[in-house]
Design a protein around this ligand. Structure first.
Ligand code: SF4
Length: 729
């Protein structure tokens, strides 16, 4: 038997395959971290189809985070000004169940909220849905994916009738023109970028366009960098469409046969001539025309986007406007082409499949759809009407619910909202008002743990077996290779035990995570994300696979088959929509017709700069893991603010000088990095530093919660600020 155990990198949505070997089998002296813990050896899995053996620094160093600052025991305290005391799991479960019952019967199930994470495995997500939506009758489950990808979800559903990125990573190496917008892929999705960049370097005819207000490492590799003003994405996209239309680079047959609502869209783009668009976006007409020419003359266009598009008060409109370009040029359903959202978190895709947002149910179903709720109730064997028809509270709704007293219990798991939510001062004040907060995490301390009444120690990567789905719909089994430390438990086991103690014994009688996954896949039968042909055993023996992956017809032993009949044939496919039929009632993809609205909080004389933020190559989100890895800490030792030399000169700011940044909601201080990488009028800060890691350098102290009306995703990417140089002492 191989000494290497196959698993998946638990950081980003690229989903790179890893192989892990135990420290004791390395033959030589065992490597240990600074706390004396043996370090497991990690290498890229060459057989994994998504990453082909490649890993970035985060994946390569992940094992160093396994034993540092772990939460080992359940802890409780009566109020936030008291110390935690260690308790048994029995006492912790009793405390939680009593409180859940009290809130449920005094305030109603809608007063119970859970805020989960794209770090969950699918089994964790699924049991949480069953507990919250099925058993407790509260749809108030939302995940940090709300802050990350919910605009992509809403955009896909509105344009195609279903969620699901239609492309695959192989398309990175088959395209003629890669259009990257709102994504610093080189730093945030490094292995996707490696594949694209290598191919681009070898094939000089292939064009790469990067749209980003910053000159990032991604922009550095581009043939054309469009440094548009923040908030002008729709202007640009409609401007490109205007030129494609004017030059006749449109696929009339595809538009007529496969789409609807084109005339409304054509009317909108008529108002985006190049002179207007170039002025609005702050780019030259020549560059705008070059972008349109690259797109129009290419046989295969692939667009990639991420948080720069999604985290916007018009995020869904932006996603749909990207998709519009593909629809008007017939660039979808064929190799090397299509709209491709790059998921931020490792299993945000699995969360979407399992119904892990407030408006979703498992199998890409919607809470508000009567038939969808009935189908789920049948498989869960709960009474009709048990699942509420009201979409639950989103992440930000939970904060406002704490403010107005309608939330009686908040359960947070595997995420750190005391750093990652917008308008942090308001968020923290709301968390302080929470009558009862359960915080379930692998690590301690974190910034959010300070707001908890109960701490539950969770098993993490490598300590539980479960499934994750990456950005290209590849499903991988992440095998446990060590025991959870001390009393830590898998998230799904914690949810299941609470369910049993609430009286839902049969509903949570899973012997292991393979059984959880088997029940979950029943609920994908006949859905666009059909995974009935996938099981833990199949993934273990045959390796990762993409969905849709329906079970072969004629399998008699499948309970789900009796409940949910198979739909017309769903192929097991690398790409979606190869037959050019979509999941809308008429089978046609829908154009979305949107005028640009711009930023929710544009700059003005009082707050004259646009602050944007993002990630750095080495760090992951709020540093819960990467802040404890020496190599990564030395790569990115401190936060900073990027300022253009012209702005720095006007304000008298010199390199490394501390700058106080103020918005209407808060302030933070950052050392200046004076660079032409950022456009004049815009400044950039990394989003990784919470209160544990630096004094007063929280990006989200400045951001606001204005959200997209369709996706309810906050505009974390931009807000208006003023800059004040702090005098040298
Ligand atoms: Fe992990 Fe993402 Fe890096 Fe791959 S690219 S090793 S999934 S962090």
């Amino acid at each position: 038997m191989s000494e290497f155990i196959k698993t998946l990198c638990p950081y980003c949505g690229v989903g790179c395959g890893l192989e892990v070997s135990p420290p004791a089998q390395q033959g030589k002296a065992t490597h240990r971290d600074s706390q004396g813990n043996p370090i497991w050896r990690v290498r890229g899995d060459k057989a994994h189809p998504s990453s082909q053996g490649m890993v970035c620094v985060k994946g390569a160093t992940i094992a160093e985070s396994l034993d540092k600052n772990r939460l080992h025991y359940p802890m409780v305290r009566d109020s936030l000004d008291r110390e935690f005391r260690r308790v048994s799991w029995d006492e912790a479960f009793d405390t939680i169940v009593n409180r859940l019952q009290t809130v449920r019967f005094t305030q109603g199930p809608e007063a119970i909220c859970m805020y989960g994470s794209g770090q969950f495995q699918t089994e964790d997500y699924y049991t949480a849905q069953k507990l919250m939506k099925g058993c407790l009758g509260s749809n108030n489950f939302d995940a940090n994916s709300r802050l990350c990808m919910s605009s992509a979800v809403a955009g896909y559903i509105q344009s195609f009738g279903s969620d699901g990125p239609p492309c695959c990573y192989e398309d990175l190496e088959l395209t003629d023109c890669a259009f990257l917008i709102g994504t610093n892929t080189a730093e945030c999705h490094p292995i996707v970028f490696n594949r694209l960049e290598k191919y681009h370097r070898k094939n000089r005819k292939v064009k790469m366009i990067v749209v980003d207000p910053r000159h990032t490492p991604t922009a550095e590799a581009a043939d054309l960098h469009l440094a548009i003003r923040p908030g002008t994405d729709i202007d640009l996209l409609n401007g490109i469409a205007h030129l494609l239309m004017r030059w006749g680079h449109i696929d009339t047959m595809f538009i007529e046969d496969c789409t609807s609502n084109f005339s409304a869209y054509a009317e909108v783009i008529r108002h985006y001539p190049p002179e207007v668009v170039a002025r609005q976006c702050g780019i030259s007409i020549e560059n705008l025309e070059t972008a349109a020419r690259y797109w129009g003359e290419s046989q295969r266009v692939l667009s990639l986007w991420s948080m720069g598009v999604n985290q916007s008060s018009e995020g869904t409109a932006k996603v749909r406007t990207i998709i519009n370009l593909h629809l008007m040029t017939g660039q979808i359903g064929k190799p090397g082409s299509g709209p491709f959202s790059l998921t931020g978190q490792p299993n945000a895709m699995g969360g979407r499949e399992a119904g892990g947002l407030a408006h979703l149910l498992p199998g890409y179903r919607l809470v508000k759809n009567d038939q969808h709720r009935a189908e789920v109730e049948d498989v869960w064997k709960i009474k009709r009407g048990q699942i509420s028809a009201n979409p639950g509270l989103t992440a930000w709704d939970m904060i406002t619910g704490l403010e107005n007293g309608s939330v009686g219990l908040l359960w947070i798991a595997a995420t750190n909202p005391a750093v990652s939510m917008p308008d942090l001062e308001r968020t923290k004040k709301a968390l302080l008002r929470s009558p009862f907060t359960i915080y379930q995490d692998a690590y301690y301390p974190t910034e959010t743990a300070a707001y908890a009444h109960v701490l539950l120690p969770a098993a993490q990567w490598g300590e539980k077996t479960g499934v994750m789905t990456n950005s290209e719909r590849t499903v991988t089994l992440c095998q446990a290779f060590r025991q959870p430390p001390r009393e830590a438990k898998a998230d799904w086991e914690i949810f299941a035990e609470v369910g049993r103690r609430l009286g839902f014994v049969k509903e949570f009688s899973f012997a292991n995570s393979a059984e959880v996954y088997a029940e979950f896949t029943q609920l994908t039968r006949g859905r666009p994300c059909d995974m009935t042909g996938i099981s833990h055993e199949q993934l273990k023996t045959q390796g990762p696979t993409q969905w849709p992956h329906p079970k072969d017809e004629g399998d008699k032993g499948d309970q789900g088959a009796k409940l949910l009949p198979h739909p017309p044939h769903l192929p097991h496919s690398k790409r979606l929509y190869t037959d050019l039929r979509f999941h809308t009632p008429d089978g046609r993809a829908r154009f979305g017709a949107y005028y640009s609205k711009g930023l929710a909080e544009p700059p003005d004389p009082d707050y004259p700069f646009v602050l944007t933020n993002g990630r750095l190559y080495g760090h992951w989100h709020t540093q819960t893991r990467t802040g404890r890895i020496e190599k990564i800490r030395s790569m990115h030792p401190q936060p900073f603010i990027e300022i253009h030399p012209r702005d720095a000169a006007q304000l008298g700011i010199s390199e490394n000088q501390l700058v106080e940044v103020r918005s209407r909601r808060g302030q933070a201080n950052f050392p200046a990095k004076v660079t032409k990488a950022i456009a004049p009028g815009t400044v950039f800060v990394p989003m990784h530093w919470g209160a544990l890691w630096a004094d007063n350098a929280e990006a989200n102290a400045l951001t606001h919660p204005e959200s997209c009306p369709d996706s309810l995703q906050p505009e974390l990417k931009a807000c208006a600020v003023q800059l004040i140089p702090v005098a040298h002492k």
